[in-house]
Design a protein around this ligand. Sequence first.
Ligand code: SAM
Length: 284
Amino acid sequence: MAERLYMPCYLGQILKRFNFSFSKALGQNFLIDGNVVRSIVAGAGVEKEDLVIEIGPGVGTLTEELSRRAKKVISIEIDKRLIPILEYTMMAYDNVEIINADAMEVDFVELLNQNPGYSSVKLVANLPYNVGTAIVANILETNIKFDSMTVMLQKEVSDRMVAEPGNKQYGALSVLVGYKANASAVLRVPKTVFIPKPKIDSMVVRLDLKHGKVEPYEALMFKLVRAGFNQRRKTIMNSLTSGDVEISKDELREVLSKLSIPENARAENLSIDDFSSIAKELNG
Ligand code: SAM
């Protein structure tokens, strides 16, 4: 049987050979379960003509499986100590490109422009805990043309992505994800399939991006959403007129009345449509 990077014994040899030590600050928890690796790639629906962008390849565990399924894989890794390791582990895979960069600073529009002509472009990643949410939010807010994003995150964050109004996990991330994508849970992943073992379980979610028209009131909508959930115990009359939202209580009162939304509602009671209608009205 061929050696694969998810095999703990082989992974251990690689880590030892390169004298690698895990960085907690970079959220380095590497997968050691072949079934989970294959399920992530299957859940992402990767096909042979696809371009896959991966964030945080680590030593290449998921990259290896992606490269066997897709036409091309571009993996973005921040930790420069992992680059020589990836060059070694990915030596036999000629459709993998490694970029040493912070995914928060990558110009994805430019990256996709440089790589035209694929039937589909999919982001697939076992994201680092510390910046995973910010990376997903940034890609959604900037309307990057990925067809889908299949990402592993802490279970609690994934739950927030798919939460509905009224649920205690419903928040700014739920609204952003629901507005920009159709989200579905792919797989719950126990903490035992990583080294080092994290404290909490993870969940893989798939976001199929909607790519609707970018509305002129979208930036205001996201400001309102953030303001509303930053002070989620306050009524929207108070929370939506605070923070960096520059609207007066009178303006908001008029819009809420027009939309028949009660002034004493809280952000957690508002649907995605409510937020977009309020922003649309306020934007004039
Ligand atoms: N894909 C590997 C796996 O599944 O075994 C490793 C996943 S590990 C949870 C997260 C990876 O993301 C690490 O390799 C870490 O160095 C990398 N990383 C952390 N912050 C990053 C960032 N801002 N941009 C790109 N990569 C990052």
